[in-house]
Design a protein around this ligand. Structure first.
Ligand SMILES: *[C@@H]1O[C@H](CO)[C@@H](O)[C@H](O)[C@H]1NC(C)=O
Ligand SMILES: *[C@@H]1O[C@H](CO)[C@@H](O)[C@H](O)[C@H]1NC(C)=O
Ligand SMILES: *[C@@H]1O[C@H](CO)[C@@H](O)[C@H](O)[C@H]1NC(C)=O
Length: 349
């Protein structure tokens, strides 16, 4: 959630005279006007509004999870023509990408993962009333490995389930794009699930490991960003296959395959080729690269050649001045020289 949205939401909370009650570390929203709040949050589908009304405490966490996904997207794509900047505007899920491109695929996966991650974190921290640590494993002894489940295992199934119910609730149209979005949401959640880690602690005299307790923890979100970025590079072009009976898109098949070869459940999929994102185009949602900073000496995606799409670049001169070669003189002062450097910044025409 951007600071603006958060401010705005808290302002609504205040206006309605809603009270946050702190009950034993559980912050519970006494939702006098949950329906009013949920109706004012932009970008929610009708079913999401219903979930919001029944779980106003979770909606805040969902917003944080979506924002975490958008921030990670902007980090992973900061040197690309498409840099995820248009996301994070207007709605809590960012602006809808109109083209069913690889970029849209990445966005859906990272936000679905972000929501599951944030909900699970909130559960382990005791911030949501309906979940906590994963109790199922508690106290069970793993004879094979010689350790016991203990501590607070992250209840990843709860987080994944919540993300599925909430994020998939926007996909109500029966078209190819819906199938694509649902598939990519699931990829994001799968990547998270597959990268859950085991953390252990030894107990015993002076660090000896006579007994060991272990619990599951969430991976760092940055790691998921890198993994999904790899999947973005290997994303699979698919198309929808229509059901014979009602002619509605029923499932996705790999486009180049003659038989009905389905994509792997762990592959990001897209249905339309990406625009080149060189020029501003409201039809595709491309904001263009005019004014973007580029690098003249690199051969990466942020090189002036690639970033500026052959339009050329402007050179801006700056000089930077700082204290340098400082010497400590007896006793007691420091003498420095003044250094300066001319630097250039290049921006696309
Ligand atoms: C991303 O692109 C937008 C639009 O061109 C630009 O305003 C913004 O500064 C870029 N962000 C980064 C991190 O380069
Ligand atoms: C849980 O609540 C605490 C205290 O209100 C807050 O500092 C923390 O950020 C919350 N954690 C999550 C994941 O929302
Ligand atoms: C440009 O790219 C080169 C090579 O990758 C790198 O060494 C340099 O620091 C970059 N310059 C800027 C201003 O980022």
């Amino acid at each position: 959630m951007t600071r603006k949205t958060r401010l705005w939401i808290s302002r609504i909370f205040l206006c309605l005279g809603i009270v946050y009650l702190k009950i034993g570390g559980l912050s519970t929203v006494v939702a006098l006007g949950a329906s009013i709040i949920c109706n004012k949050i932009p970008g929610l589908a009708p079913r999401q509004r219903m979930i919001c009304q029944s779980r106003p405490d979770a909606i805040i966490v969902i917003g944080q999870g979506a924002q975490m996904g958008i921030n990670e997207c902007q980090f992973q794509f900061k040197n690309r023509r498409w840099n995820c900047s248009a996301l994070g505007e207007r709605t809590i899920f960012g602006k809808e990408l109109k083209v069913g491109s690889k970029e849209a695929a990445f966005t859906y996966a990272i936000i679905a993962a972000g929501v599951a991650h944030a909900i699970t974190t909130a559960c382990t921290q005791g911030n949501l009333s309906t979940c906590g640590c994963d109790q199922e494993k508690q106290g069970i002894y793993s004879h094979l490995d010689g350790w016991k489940w203990g501590g607070c295992s992250a209840d990843i199934r709860y987080g994944l389930g919540f993300s599925k119910v909430f994020m998939d609730a926007r996909e109500v149209k029966q078209n190819a794009r819906t199938l694509m979005n649902l598939h990519n949401n699931e990829v994001g959640r799968k990547v998270l699930e597959k990268n859950m880690r085991l953390e252990c602690k030894c107990h015993g005299v002076s660090g000896s490991c006579t007994t060991k307790t272990c619990w599951t923890t969430l991976p760092k979100f940055r790691q998921l960003g890198f993994l999904l970025k790899e999947k973005y590079s290997d994303a699979v072009h698919v198309e929808a296959v229509r059901a014979r009976r009602n002619r509605r898109p029923a499932f996705l098949k790999i486009r180049t395959s003659n038989s009905y070869h389905k994509p792997m459940p762990t592959d990001l999929v897209y249905i339309e080729r990406s625009p080149n994102y060189c020029e501003e185009d409201s039809l595709t949602g491309s904001v263009g690269t005019r004014g973007r900073v580029c690098n003249k000496t690199t051969h990466q995606a942020n090189s002036c050649d690639l970033m500026c799409c052959g339009r050329g670049y402007n050179t801006h001169q700056y000089s930077r001045v700082w204290q340098c070669n400082c010497k400590f003189l007896w006793c007691c002062y420091v003498r420095c020289n003044t250094c300066s450097e001319r630097t250039q910044v290049y921006t696309c025409k």
